[in-house]
Design a protein around this ligand. Structure first.
Ligand code: SF4
Length: 369
């Protein structure tokens, strides 16, 4: 008997519907799900894919998340913070190349010197990237971890561009027990899911487009957990989602837990992206670098499963190998210009076109506003 896929055309989905999408295995069934997610993306968001030039400004981190290769206790990592003029140079190059937006990522630090350093950086990026082509300056996505509301507000003010201001703070999992296992490191920097949710609410209050996400295929994670992850994205009323497969890192504290085999992990990751598109509809979804690390065509498959954002790494070549959240990270051996060309090719192969010189803000956020 032929499988009935009419349910993919619904506008609301039960938990059972979502679990059914996540469990699809037969290649023709997975393809039906991906095609529906791609079609809905085109209908709601058009055929443009937006660029976020990723600058990994520092790998210094005061936290100790067990899955992460740059956690504080990994003393094998050579630590760096890019000089301000280097970060500014990357941002100006991104603006010239038509990116429209950049993403600034670092480990988590809450000291006053760092907060003020970021504020000064944001001010200078804004002042130097306002132009006829980008009248509001570069859009900026910050990914700098959990901070007090006052810090989020200070950085929002410093960015000078409330229309292009975003923050990515992943919950990693909505299952409190699993979250605890991932973050149960002794000391004052142990993480707590409730604090993470409070930080996400504070980001909304401070005026950011709010992004979150999870790791897919974590040891001990179930399909029901992933269903609840999507429900939590809805509770947060997320504007953008950044998620990818869980990959091992030798520098992490979870090597003994292993990871899923390649094929089921890739399939589950793509099913999760497509299901998230069908349930959340008009949010931005990024095709993560982790997907490309797992599978050479990962980002093409991501776009074909409902992603509409790509994040070329424009960090200077010399420091990229020190920002290994997981092993063999994709793009670490490729120069910035080549990366841009690669992204352009990826988008074209996936049947899309690059949305150059645009903020590419989430339609979900624009509608709510
Ligand atoms: S996941 Fe982020 S906060 Fe946690 S150790 Fe890694 S860089 Fe630090």
């Amino acid at each position: 008997m032929a499988t009935n896929f009419d349910f993919l055309r619904q506008t609301t989905f039960s938990d059972d519907d979502i679990a059914r999408m996540l469990r699809l295995k037969a290649p023709e069934d997975v393809k039906r799900l991906q095609e529906r997610a791609y079609e809905l993306t085109t209908d709601l968001l058009g055929d443009e894919v937006y660029l976020r030039g990723l600058i990994e400004i520092s790998n210094i981190c005061t936290a100790n998340c067990r899955y992460c290769g740059i956690r504080k206790s990994n003393h094998a990592v050579s630590r760096y913070t890019l000089p301000r003029h280097v970060v500014i140079g990357c941002a100006l190059a991104a603006a010239r190349a038509g990116y429209g937006s950049i993403a600034i990522q670092a480990g988590e630090r809450t000291d006053r010197h760092w907060v003020e350093w970021i504020s000064g950086l944001l001010r200078e990026i804004h002042e130097r990237t306002v132009s006829d082509t980008l009248p509001l300056g570069l859009g900026i996505t910050l990914s700098l971890g959990e901070q007090p509301y006052e810090v989020y507000a200070e950085w929002a003010e410093a960015s000078g561009n409330p229309d292009g201001l975003r923050y990515l703070l992943r919950i990693e999992t909505s299952n409190p027990e699993l979250f605890h296992k991932l973050h149960c490191t002794p000391g004052r920097h142990e993480k707590n899911l409730e604090h993470r949710m409070t930080a996400l609410r504070n980001l909304r209050r401070a005026g950011y487009q709010v992004g979150t996400g999870v790791m897919i295929g974590l040891p001990g994670q179930t399909v029901e957990d992933l269903v609840q992850d999507i429900r939590t994205f809805q509770t947060i009323d997320a504007d953008m989602i950044g998620m990818g497969p869980y990959l091992l890192s030798k520098g992490a504290d979870m090597v003994d837990c292993g990871m899923m085999a390649h094929d089921p992990l890739l399939r589950l990751s793509l099913n999760m992206i497509a299901a998230t598109r069908l349930v959340l509809r008009d949010v931005n979804i990024a095709a993560a670098t982790a997907l490309e690390t797992l599978e050479p065509n990962g980002r093409i498959l991501g776009i074909m499963s409902g992603c509409n954002v790509v994040m070329p790494n424009i960090t200077p070549q010399a420091t990229r190998s020190s920002y290994q959240l997981y092993d063999n990270k994709s793009g670490t051996e490729v120069g910035a210009e080549s990366n841009t060309k690669i992204e352009s090719d990826i988008v074209r192969i996936a049947g899309r076109r690059l949305g150059l010189n645009q903020l590419g803000s989430s339609i979900h956020w624009q509608s709510r506003r």
